[in-house]
Design a protein around this ligand. Structure first.
Ligand code: BES
Ligand code: ZN
Length: 521
């Protein structure tokens, strides 16, 4: 069972959700109605939902107003909302308002936007923040279709992670429809001064008008990426694919909201160098959005598969050496993460135990990179062709469903040929249920890193590379070099390094980060 929901989803669950949202920028409040069409599987006498920081105003069951109970605050989880129902109840409607405690909403002042003239609102529901702006069964175990109608008091554009429906000119509300069942953490909203630029028939970019041109040229490869992804692991099932470039306060690199991936503007490097993040979010359209981890303990099922998929895309689009370089840097970062988690060995298992904790605690590089390296190990064991076949089958079998790690283990074992079963069982046991990295883990190698390593060794002997040596380096090589000399570099080296790598002019935020970290350390 999911330890991060207060809902009784095993007994009664939402099959479809209708939202009505009235966004008010004066009060920074959304006044909403959430209508749940429910399925009562076990004659439950209550429908229990998650809320956190919501003000409930009234509750209606099949159009009759009902008393309801709000439970005591549970640390990390919020408050349950219990609504009496009968076995025949079909529809539960909750009228509510968001509050200043609605942590899943960011209300941006005009000066926090690119245009600086209009405010903006965006949501972030993963992991358990959907309940802070929608009363819902906030667990990835439950999936349902949804629709929404949304208005705002400034006449700004509204986007949600669903298909936007055509509306007549005299209709003020924007309407959305998601026909595939999705978990609550994938419901999202953005309201602001946004324009759209098409990249292809299927793909496009949303951004503030001031940023749209730059964003379009940075992310123009999304259509090619989508086609590569389909060639690898089967049809894209979500119709269109757009990316939305948000202001810098967006708290992640990217968030895979269905049909519209949310992105940080710091990915705009001017040379498409950071588009692996887009590849990552696109890959979630299969692993995560279509096939979803049932609980946050199984988070690696979302992220590990997605990183594997992402690197396969990079290999197709940028070549094998670039993909290897990504894996190599990831390996170094994973070792750093393992070092930081050395007093919490349990958190370095793929299958987590996040009971009584905020699920964000478990969202470390373990799920991403240990998950990736396990799949890589399986690839080496059974061969790439066999693994690809397995992944296609896995996506097909669990499409629009949620599964936990145990179900994954049973499924993969059932698909492996007899002669591989023992080896696969050992791999799964070591990676999933044991902390750290298995002793037999083969360290990734990267041809492009060899050159970097030579330069790091030379640096420690007092030999700095020339601008000519590094001018054709991939940005990841620059980062590996800067990370690699941290212990050896002195403050006197900084001006030289700055000019060799043109560091004062870089628009690549990852290089900038590595550079500034080196300066500080
Ligand atoms: N789904 C995650 C972001 C996330 C994880 C939000 C957990 C809330 C809780 C997203 O797909 C992601 O992994 N983003 C990464 C980029 C990626 C290339 C590793 C990020 O933003 O750093
Ligand atoms: Zn991800």
């Amino acid at each position: 069972m999911d330890q991060h929901t207060l809902s009784n989803y095993a007994d009664v669950c939402t099959k479809h959700l209708k939202l009505r949202l009235d966004i008010n920028f004066d009060s920074s409040i959304i006044t909403g109605t959430a209508t749940h069409l429910i399925e009562n599987n076990s004659e439950a006498s209550e429908f229990i939902l998650d809320t956190n920081g919501l003000h409930i105003t009234s509750v209606w069951v099949d159009d009759i107003e009902q008393e309801y109970t709000i439970g005591q605050t549970v640390k990390h989880l919020g408050n349950s909302l219990s609504i009496p129902i009968s076995s025949k109840s079909e529809q539960v409607e909750i009228h509510y308002q968001t509050t200043g405690e609605s942590a899943g909403l960011q209300w941006l002042q005009t000066n926090q936007t690119q245009g600086k003239k209009l405010p903006m609102l965006f949501s972030q529901s993963q992991a358990i923040l959907a309940r802070t702006w929608i009363p819902c069964q906030d667990t990835p175990s439950i999936k349902h279709t949804w629709e929404a109608s949304a208005i705002n008091n400034l006449g700004l554009n509204i986007l949600m992670s669903a298909k936007k429906l055509e509306t007549s000119i005299d209709e003020v509300a924007s309407r959305f429809e998601m026909q595939h069942p999705v978990p609550s953490y994938l419901i999202s909203l953005c309201c602001g001064n946004l324009v759209h630029a098409s990249v292809s028939e299927q793909c496009g970019i949303y951004a503030e008008p001031e940023l749209i041109e730059k964003a379009k040229s940075e992310f123009s490869a999304i259509d090619k990426m989508l086609k590569s992804a389909e060639a690898l692991y089967g049809d894209y099932r979500w119709d269109t694919f757009d990316v939305l470039v948000l202001p810098p306060s967006f708290p992640f690199g990217g968030m895979e909201n269905p049909m519209v991936t949310f992105l940080t503007p710091t990915l705009i490097a001017g040379d498409q160098s950071l588009t692996n993040v887009v590849a990552h979010e696109l890959a979630h359209s299969w692993s995560g959005n279509m096939v979803t981890c049932a609980t946050w303990n199984d988070f690696w099922l979302n992220e590990g598969f997605t990183v594997y998929f992402e690197r396969r895309l990079i290999e197709q689009l940028e070549g094998k050496e670039a993909a290897e370089l990504h894996s190599y840097l990831a390996y170094e970062e994973l070792l750093e993460e393992l070092e930081q988690l050395k007093n919490k060995p349990k958190d370095t298992k793929l299958l987590l135990d996040l009971k009584d904790r905020d699920p964000d605690d478990g969202m470390t590089l373990i799920a991403y990179e240990k998950g990736y390296f396990m799949l890589k190990t399986i690839e080496e064991q059974i061969g790439r062709i066999a693994l690809d076949q397995f992944i296609v089958e896995y996506f097909r079998h669990f499409a629009f469903k949620s599964l936990n790690t145990r179900e994954f283990v049973t499924f993969i074992k059932s698909k492996m040929p007899k002669e591989q079963l023992e080896a696969i069982t050992t791999i799964l046991d070591e990676w999933i249920y044991k902390p750290g990295l298995p002793a037999s883990f083969p360290k990734p190698i990267s041809k492009l890193n060899e050159d970097v390593n030579r330069k790091i060794v030379a640096f420690s002997k007092g030999d700095l590379p020339s601008h000519y040596d590094v001018k054709n380096w991939n940005w990841l090589q620059t980062i590996l070099f800067l990370n690699g000399i941290t212990e050896k570099a002195s403050i006197e080296d900084m001006p030289t390094l700055q000019s060799i790598f043109n560091l004062s002019k870089t628009e690549n935020a990852e290089i900038e980060f590595a550079w500034l970290r080196l300066v500080v350390l």
